[in-house]
Design a protein around this ligand. Structure first.
Ligand SMILES: [Zn+2]
Length: 74
């Protein structure tokens, strides 16, 4: 079952849909690109607005939460 957007908390939304730059800790507004990997699994490419670091995250959506990989510089 896909993550139910209407039922998630603000902290879950922040963790599942936003990212933190591994170099400076800033949060970019939106990913540069998002790729569908498999059902419930997407990957994002981000560019930090503050320091310019490019990094990637991988998100797997669970029934009521998500698992996010650590942000890794590209
Ligand atoms: Zn940064």
């Amino acid at each position: 079952m896909a993550l139910q957007l209407a039922a998630i908390t603000a902290s879950t939304f922040k963790r599942c849909f936003l990212a933190v730059c591994p170099e400076c800790g800033a949060s970019p507004v939106a990913p540069l690109a998002t790729g569908f990997i498999a059902r419930g699994h997407i990957e994002h490419v981000w560019s930090c607005d503050e320091c310019g670091t490019a990094f990637g995250t991988s998100v797997e959506f669970l029934s009521d939460d998500c698992a996010v990989s650590p942000a890794l510089p590209l």
